[in-house]
Write a new protein. Structure first.
Lengths: 327, 333
């Protein structure tokens, strides 16, 4: 971390996540290190299976039962990976919260919105139910839900997808967290509702001065919000830079190709869309060189035998590529 | 344009509105939908969740009953056809769904999945011919013929969608309906599927009805675009016209909501359009979009605008399109 930046809330070092099935071990996250500072929004971009969600599921102890995480994930000085459940439970849902892709399955279907929200404050802050419900109502107002009194008494299925995601964001903010992790928070939503939810996240981040991690497969989603972006491929960080730098001058061929995949309404339409040929490697496959080499137009024989290491390029950027794009 | 393959007129689909099954109240999921689809053409169908996109697609195939209207297939009304005749025609109207894995039977091998439509529509084929057709189609959608003995779970989402497209193309349809066919895929894979559909269309000449909420993708593949809001058609225009000079306030809102991946930027300042898609309320007589529209005037609440032709092939349903018409773009260069 460069000097002069705000203190980090989350420091992940050399994180590795492995899944075991019988005698076979599949590694989904390899040697990932990153930090998130207070007030900062870190974007994590990668395709399905790149390990982008697993990093944070490992950090908050929500990995599947057959998964093992090693390395370190420190949240304001507390090591989370080896922490007992009681420590995790004190942190999760209050100072460190997460919003998931599917707002329907993240809410309990048979509990009213008001009860689910109030429960957070009763559990973590020891508030009375009456005070907790009042705070829940105030939060629904802050996340700009229309007719909040009525919503408190409704069940999740009575709300639209966009409204449910607002409720979940509100719920994740009740204890004024230091870090909010949003994993594909808008993927299930319409484009107009997506824009509203992203705006809400942006406003809340300023209001609460918390760190935000925004995970997406789509550069377009993180473009408006992230200060820094980390690009993941096959379980590894392949490039990281400030958002402005990354969009202006992507150095890794994968970053540039993935950016091109999102259609640009400002450019003239072509009958064929830009694509990345092929698909990400099978997580079980043994890879000696660069994992992206089979899909890379810049790849040389060296890329297939020698894995490029992640190296600093400038003050705030890192890159793992033998043949980066010219500046 | 040549005689259309498909002509949809005044199509309306109703669902029960009330929780109480004994009341006869209904709401219209789609109402008064009119469009044509020519051979080899791609019509994009855009709108938010609940706008009736999928209901419209299903009604065309009679997977949901229509309350009113006609679906003319080469001049004959599909909605009035006997079931036996409809079954024969269904080979010409195939569909690809959003969730590629859920739309493939997990216990069938790819070879069986692709052969099934042919067994139904061309029962005279022998085993060897079937195998040949399956292998040829697999290669055509970019999968090795050797994969035919595998099961769906052994494939990624993008590959499953290729298989679903291959299955739909097996009986050589004249129209392929794609209902959010790329929405559950990674951005990096969406382009592959869109390009595959484009290539198949160039080669085989089928018409595409491409339903998506992703305007960027729709823009690549469509010749014309129909915009739905709360079950009503609000705008229909050739692709470039719709994206360069949208006439309906809702179309404009959709376009400004699309995030751009090509530059970091602060979230765009947008016309305030609070709230979400309304259901078509039978009691209101005004414009379906009036509840959300920033340009609303008393007339918009009083009466519903009808689709009105504003230039060649460009139709819009808005009382105020003239006042709201964007000024011509400044001379560039």
């Amino acid at each position: 971390m460069a000097p002069g930046l705000a203190e980090p809330v989350l420091v992940i070092e050399e994180l590795k996540v492995e899944f075991r099935r019988g005698r076979v071990a599949t590694t989904t996250v390899r040697e990932v290190s990153l930090t998130v500072a207070l007030g900062e929004c870190l974007g994590i971009v990668g395709e399905s299976g790149s390990g982008k969600s697993q990093i944070f599921l490992a950090a908050i102890g929500l990995l599947a039962a057959n998964a093992r995480a090693s390395g370190s994930a420190r949240f304001i000085g507390t090591e989370l990976l080896s922490a007992p459940r009681a420590t995790l439970n004190a942190v999760r849902g209050s100072r460190l919260t997460m919003v998931f892709q599917d707002p329907q399955s993240a809410l309990t279907p048979h509990l009213k919105i008001g009860v689910q929200m109030a429960e957070v404050l009763v559990r973590h802050r020891g508030l009375s139910w009456r005070d907790a419900e009042a705070a829940a109502l105030a939060m629904l107002r802050r996340v700009k839900i229309a007719d909040p009194e009525r919503r408190l008494r409704q069940y999740p299925h009575e709300l639209s997808g966009g409204m449910r995601q607002r409720v979940l964001i509100g719920m994740s903010l009740l204890c004024e967290p230091d870090l909010l992790i949003a994993d594909e928070p808008t993927t299930a939503l319409d484009v107009t509702v997506q824009a509203q939810v992203l705006e809400l996240l942006c406003a809340m981040r300023q209001e609460f001065r918390m760190g935000v991690v925004l995970i997406s497969h789509d550069f377009a989603v993180v473009a408006g919000l992230a200060d820094r972006i980390i690009v993941m491929y096959a379980g590894r960080v392949v490039e990281s830079a400030t958002a402005a730098e990354l969009f202006a001058r992507p150095r890794h061929p994968y970053t540039a190709a993935l950016m091109q995949c999102a259609p640009d309404l400002a450019a003239a339409p072509t009958p064929r869309m830009s694509t990345l040929s092929g698909q990400p490697p099978d997580p079980d496959a043994r890879i000696d060189g660069c994992a992206f080499a089979p899909r890379c137009s810049n790849a040389s024989p060296r890329c297939r035998i020698e894995r490029p290491l992640l190296q600093s390029i400038g003050a705030a950027a890192q890159l793992a590529c033998h043949h980066p794009l010219p500046i | 344009m040549s005689e259309p393959l498909l002509r949809v007129r005044h199509l309306r689909v109703e669902f029960p509105a009330a929780r109480d099954p004994f009341t006869a109240q209904v709401f219209a999921a789609i109402d008064d939908i009119n469009f044509e689809l020519a051979a080899g053409e791609t019509l994009g169908l855009v709108g938010e969740s609940g706008s009736g996109k999928s209901t419209l697609a299903r009604a065309l195939l009679r997977l949901v009953p229509a309350a009113r209207g006609e679906v003319l297939w080469r001049g004959r009304d599909l909605l009035a056809m006997q079931a036996s005749e409809l079954r024969r025609i269904r080979r010409d109207l195939q569909m690809v769904f959003q969730d590629p894995l859920a739309s493939l039977d997990p216990r069938m091998r790819i070879r069986e999945i692709l052969a099934e439509p042919l067994k139904i529509f061309e029962p005279s084929l022998n085993a060897r011919e079937l195998q040949l057709r399956v292998e040829r189609m697999l290669e055509r959608v970019g999968l090795a013929a050797g994969l035919a003995e595998r099961y769906p779970r052994e494939f990624s989402g993008g590959q499953c969608q290729r298989i679903a497209i291959a299955r739909a193309m097996m009986p050589d349809p004249k129209i392929l309906i794609c209902d959010e066919a790329v929405s559950s895929l990674d951005v990096s894979i969406q382009g592959q599927i869109v390009n595959l559909l484009h290539d198949l269309q160039q080669e085989l000449g089928m018409a595409l009805l491409f339903i998506s909420h992703n305007l960027g993708v729709v823009r690549h593949i469509s010749h014309r675009v129909l915009v739905l809001y709360a079950g009503s058609a609000v705008e229909l225009a050739p692709r470039d016209r719709l994206f360069d000079a949208p006439a309906h306030p809702y179309t404009r809102e959709l376009l400004t909501a699309v995030p751009a991946a090509h530059r970091a930027r602060p979230p765009m300042a947008r016309a305030q359009a609070p709230g979400e898609a309304a259901r078509l309320d039978e009691t209101s007589s005004g414009c379906v979009f009036s509840g959300r529209c920033v340009h609303r005037q008393p007339q918009c609440l009083a009466s519903a605008p009808h689709l009105e032709q504003i230039s060649a092939q460009h139709w819009v349903a808005c009382h105020r399109w003239r006042q709201l018409a964007s000024p011509p773009p400044p001379f560039d260069g």
